[in-house]
Design a protein around this ligand. Structure first.
Ligand SMILES: Nc1ncnc2c1ncn2[C@@H]1O[C@H](COP(=O)(O)OP(=O)(O)OP(=O)(O)O)[C@@H](O)[C@H]1O
Length: 254
């Protein structure tokens, strides 16, 4: 499914937070969203996912204006993995992941074998199958993050928005989760701080600065020395990784 944003603007009081953002994500594409702290990545993701209404502009998912789609219908198509969401404490891992099935169930339908299979597969994909009975509040930060991703997978979405999904994860799981997102047969938009991971796993990257799109394109065109200097205020060398032929950034400490 495609995602198209047209001239999105959103602000609070007199402060403009998302400023004239237009972008297109092709079906199956993984789009990275990068930018300094406070540049508007989370705010933009919320607008794209329909969790917040823009002041002006519109978002279309699969050609449909999401402002015209009910929340339940939208949640059958779209999953959102938020940064550090609170979850009821008195639940197990599998309970949390089962919540992902909610949009697919009617008020009277029982829990089906297909629901259970989706939950089991989602837990398996994030390497948490052996923890299904563990109490949520006893999980580590990275394990919680993986369970939230499993909940989104159990939702069987066609579009996934992820806000810093690699937060708290060790390097193995950072790579595993982003590889999985890239290889899943769905469209995804993922906010990331790690620019090298963005280069490795995103088809295209949008750079946000002060709420506006500064540049958008392939990792090669976006991750230049000049952009890193002007937007991120760092001095760095960019070369091509022999492992994956994408840009690899080395930061200068001086
Ligand atoms: N509801 C709100 N009320 C007031 N200001 C807000 C609100 N939501 C976001 N902001 C401000 O808008 C700016 C963008 O915030 P946002 O969380 O979208 O940035 P971000 O790029 O995701 O940042 P980070 O990299 O630090 O997670 C910040 O300055 C933030 O303080």
């Amino acid at each position: 499914m495609s995602v198209v944003a047209e001239n999105l603007n959103w602000g609070v009081k007199r402060k403009a937070i998302v400023l004239g953002v237009s972008l297109t994500v092709a079906p199956g594409e993984t789009l990275g969203l990068i930018g300094p702290n406070g540049s508007g990545k989370s705010s933009l993701l919320r607008l794209l996912a329909g969790l917040r209404r823009p002041d002006t502009g519109r978002v279309e998912i699969n050609g449909q204006d999401i402002a015209q789609v009910s929340r339940k219908a939208l949640s059958r198509q779209v999953a959102f993995v938020q940064q550090s969401v609170a979850t009821d404490t008195n639940v197990t891992v599998v309970d949390v992941v089962r919540l992902g099935r909610t949009p697919h169930r009617s008020a009277f339908a029982g829990w089906s074998e297909a629901d259970e299979t989706s939950v089991a597969e989602a837990l398996d994909r994030v390497d948490m199958a052996s923890r299904r009975k563990q109490a949520w509040q006893t999980l580590s930060g990275g394990e919680r993050q993986r369970v939230h991703i499993a909940r989104a997978l159990a939702q069987a979405p066609q579009v996934m928005f992820l806000d810093e999904p690699t937060n708290h994860l060790d390097i193995h799981h950072q790579i595993e989760i982003l590889r999985m997102v890239r290889d899943l047969d769905l469209t995804s938009v993922v906010a990331l701080h790690d620019l090298n991971l963005a280069a490795m796993f995103c088809d295209r990257i949008v750079v946000l600065q002060d709420g506006a799109v500064r540049v958008c394109g392939t990792p090669h065109t976006v991750l230049t020395r000049e952009t890193l200097r002007d937007v991120f205020r760092v001095s760095a060398y960019v070369d091509i990784s022999p492992y994956h032929s994408q840009p690899h950034i080395r930061f200068s400490a001086v």
